[in-house]
Design a protein around this ligand. Structure first.
Ligand SMILES: CSC[C@@H](O)[C@@H](O)C(=O)COP(=O)(O)O
Length: 369
């Protein structure tokens, strides 16, 4: 995607060919700054502190984090230590474990002397593959937007609601939920996006709005609780969100508040789609509510807000009564029965074990074995 006319991915190698550059997402939308990571510890901290975030980008950063570790020390002990350091950063996004598991299988059988080179090349491959997967998700989602547009009077704007940020900032490029929207906009279909602000960290207001604005996609930021009202009044044609982990049966974990949007969509007959690369499917799980680990983050994310002050500087403000405790579950699970369809790189699947197995027979068979 282009920022100030320059094409960016969210993660890339520095000029020196070994350090890893990322966009500091904690500084957006007010400052576009990059951070250079030179150790696996720095990569782990970037994931933990949400300098990088979004399931696919977490996986890609962990892969490069492992490459940085192997460059420093490629012994078996160092490999295991880096795998556990990076694997413990955030619990919900399964792409983290997917990327680390893939790298473990590639690196473990190798002589230590060959591990760093192979780790860098597999991390680069994971990034390139993610771009291709997201682009394919965009094409399949575009088909859904086209179908809805065909049912509406010619030229009528299609209103799409999204939650959190599942755009290019959450992936290596394109995004998942936003990829179909970018392609629809580029194809001349009039789209408008309702952007949930997404408390407590405001990924919608800060990141999705930033992305859509940079690409010229018409959008409006709304308070998280406005979506149901808009659906009741026919102002939402479809919902598209991303996911951090989807079970083999189609239950979907995504940013806290997604479930409430799915309930409102169901009550109002609004199609509710979830966009995901197959790297986000956890084939070992069949009951999202019971099995998906939900990250609990710091209370301060609820008690305080960050924003641009009149002085042009970013400040943190307390918004909760002093002394009141706060809880901060970062994700929730939307049961498959509330999901109209899963937009994957291989097409749109019903949110069910059968639907996913039809599109990904090899993974479904492997998980059952
Ligand atoms: C394509 S990203 C899908 C999800 O990772 C996204 O919707 C989301 O919930 C991100 O949460 P975050 O806590 O910002 O990492």
């Amino acid at each position: 995607m282009k920022i100030h006319g320059q094409a960016y991915r969210t993660i890339w190698l520095a000029q020196d060919g070994w350090r890893v550059c990322v966009i500091d997402q904690t500084r957006l939308p007010f400052r576009f700054e990059t951070v250079t990571l030179s150790s696996s510890e720095a990569a782990a901290e970037a994931i933990r502190s949400m300098v990088v975030r979004g399931a696919p980008l977490i996986g890609a950063t962990a892969a490069y984090g492992l490459a940085l570790a192997m460059r420093a020390d490629a012994s078996d002990a160092a490999l295991e230590a880096a795998l556990s350091l990076l694997g413990a950063t955030r619990p919900t996004a399964v792409n983290l474990h997917w990327a680390l598991g893939r790298m473990r299988r590639v690196l473990t059988p190798l002589e230590p002397g060959r591990r760093a080179e192979m780790a860098y090349s597999d991390a680069a491959l994971i990034c390139d593959e993610d771009v291709a997967l997201c682009r394919a998700i965009g094409e399949h989602g575009l088909g859904l937007i086209r179908a809805i547009a065909a049912e509406r009077p010619a030229g009528k704007t299609i209103n799409i609601l999204t939650h959190c940020n599942a755009g290019w900032l959450a992936t290596v490029d394109w995004g998942t939920a936003l990829a179909p929207i970018y392609l629809a906009h580029d194809a001349g279909i009039p789209v408008h996006v309702w952007v949930d602000e997404t408390r407590p960290r405001n990924q919608g207001a800060a990141l999705t709005a930033y992305e859509l604005g940079a690409h010229g996609v018409p959008h409006t930021v709304i308070a998280d609780n406005a979506g149901g009202h808009l659906m009741q009044h026919g102002e939402v044609d479809m919902v598209i969100v991303g996911t951090d982990r989807t079970t083999a049966t189609g239950d979907v974990a995504n940013k806290i508040g997604t479930y409430l949007k799915a309930l409102a969509a169901h009550d109002n007959g609004v199609p509710f789609y979830v966009a995901l690369p197959s790297t986000t499917i956890d084939w070992s799980m069949s009951d999202g509510l019971r099995q998906i680990p939900i990250e609990e983050r710091a209370a301060r994310e609820v008690t305080h807000l960050a924003g641009l002050g009149e002085d042009g500087e970013v400040h943190s403000f307390r918004v909760v009564a002093p002394g009141s405790p706060a809880a901060n579950p970062a994700f929730d699970v939307t049961p498959a029965r509330l999901v109209t369809g899963l937009i994957t790189e291989r097409g749109v699947a019903p949110a069910s074990a059968e639907g996913l197995a039809r599109l990904f027979p090899e993974q479904a068979r492997g998980a059952a074995a």
